[in-house]
Design a protein around this ligand. Structure first.
Ligand SMILES: Nc1ncnc2c1ncn2[C@@H]1O[C@H](COP(=O)(O)OP(=O)(O)OP(=O)(O)O)[C@@H](O)[C@H]1O
Ligand SMILES: Nc1ncnc2c1ncn2[C@@H]1O[C@H](COP(=O)(O)OP(=O)(O)OP(=O)(O)O)[C@@H](O)[C@H]1O
Ligand SMILES: [Mg+2]
Ligand SMILES: [Mg+2]
Lengths: 261, 261
């Protein structure tokens, strides 16, 4: 059984890519077979997993327009374990305009993924879809293809502002396009113990979402921020650092909480 | 002469809203008359300037669809000086879909702003447009309405990745829609002296963009992050803190560099 997870939060810079890359790397270390789909035109997940998106001829844009099957753009990551990445190139920024008027524009990823999972070698324990900071057509594609939504929450003031909109969008997609979709997990990240505000956000989220927020909290650390510049996950870059350990704990907790369907 | 400035960077969480609010507050303290237009559906600038966007009946959505003139949604901020805000409400998230098929969809803000500037009381020294983290229709509207683009750059690894895309979009808008548009200013922000990476980004940006990057650098500080939770700019919240002083310096530098037309 494959868990298909959309990593989404329309607030920018809250750790979607960092969480996608490090959860995927941690689960691959535990022996799982993991696919990361980079659906953000910035291509940060592609870069952090060791690929140069300027050098790749094709990527997720060609998959969404139907020119290439997903299998054609899946690459094995240099990270340890069975970790793969469906890479994105800069032209993905034009995907929303390119497919917006197609009848099945919201099902493009769902169809491409179903085809890939039916092909030889297309089997995974976890599939993470890294979303851009918006609730537009790319994110809707991820929500139609996924079974569950994972929401990273930065321990800063604006953190809770956007959750209402996110829940509204999930409800709409659930009712019209994908009845399995639900917010399964929240992870508190960039926790800075120097500020009272961070603890307030933690208390707030734990009060409002007791059943879905993970107990593990990711601290704001220099090593987590530096890892992508070495084209590694923080787990490979500095395994025993607080950032790496907290992602390993979060991945273990996530894996052991079966997502309710 | 009014300077109309789009605060844009499609990378999320780099300090667009924080820079919009604090530059505007600093310039208002210097005696300028300043308007902030909140074009981000998250409404973070509206909140940081002291308004509760859940309680407002109308906002920028109604302006872009043509139901309301801009004058109807401009509010005076509780911040010191002549600082005003064209507020946004959550329904702005639906604006791109609502106007996408209209012939003049990219000129909606430009037209609404021109009308407001011609009306009594519609005169300002600076107009800042806070953009969402994308290069979609809302940001294009800002780029058509503005004369210059101000790009906040976070001192982190992904900082330079997105600048190519941003420049490409600016070039397209400049050639087709708005020949005055240019990137006038860059500001390095969230500088954390604990990490070597931050200094690398500073050196990189100063090498590539020597003429437009401001000398002032905004440090990553707890007071800057806490100010919005008190519904204040950092300048009002803690005037003599390093974050406030660096924004006052950046505003002074920005004001004295006339934007080349
Ligand atoms: N725990 C952490 N400690 C320190 N820095 C972090 C941490 N998590 C993320 N970062 C840094 O914060 C910045 C934002 O993180 P990231 O890019 O993962 O967010 P995002 O939500 O994917 O952004 P976007 O909205 O642009 O897609 C990055 O520079 C990243 O390296
Ligand atoms: N100099 C700073 N020091 C500490 N924290 C900061 C600083 N500047 C911004 N922040 C915090 O970082 C987070 C991101 O900043 P902000 O929301 O302004 O970015 P943005 O680019 O507007 O994000 P989005 O892409 O979602 O619009 C906020 O929680 C903000 O309070
Ligand atoms: Mg990202
Ligand atoms: Mg913002």
């Amino acid at each position: 059984f494959t868990r298909i997870i959309a990593m989404s939060n329309q607030k920018g810079g809250v750790g979607k890519t960092t969480t996608t890359v490090n959860m995927a790397a941690a689960l691959a270390r535990f022996g799982a077979r993991v696919l990361v789909i980079d659906l953000d035109p910035q291509g940060n997940a592609t870069t952090a997993l060791g690929f140069n998106h300027h050098e790749q001829p094709v990527g997720m844009f060609q998959v969404l327009t139907g020119e290439q099957p997903l299998s054609a753009i899946v690459r094995k990551s240099p990270e340890p374990g069975e970790l793969f990445c469906a890479i994105s190139t800069l032209d993905l920024a034009g995907a929303e305009m390119a497919i917006a008027t197609e009848k099945d524009s919201r099902f493009r990823l769902h169809q491409a993924l179903a085809e890939h999972l039916a092909s030889p070698g297309g089997s995974y324990h976890y599939i993470f879809i890294d979303c851009p900071p918006s609730l537009g057509l790319l994110t809707v594609n991820a929500m139609v293809a996924a079974h569950e939504i994972f929401v990273p929450i930065q321990c800063e003031y604006y953190a809770l502002e956007g959750l209402t909109q996110l829940r509204q969008t999930v409800d709409q997609v659930n009712q019209v396009l994908n009845p399995r979709l639900h917010i399964s997990t929240m992870l508190l990240t960039m926790f800075d113990s120097r500020t009272r505000l961070a603890q307030d956000v933690v208390d707030d989220v734990r009060t409002h979402f007791p059943d879905i927020v993970l107990n593990s909290i990711i601290p704001r650390t220099v090593r987590v921020a530096e890892a992508p510049s070495h084209l590694q996950s923080v787990i490979s870059y500095d395994t025993n650092s607080p950032g790496s350990i907290s992602y390993l704990e979060a991945a273990y907790e996530f894996a052991s909480r079966k997502s309710h369907m």
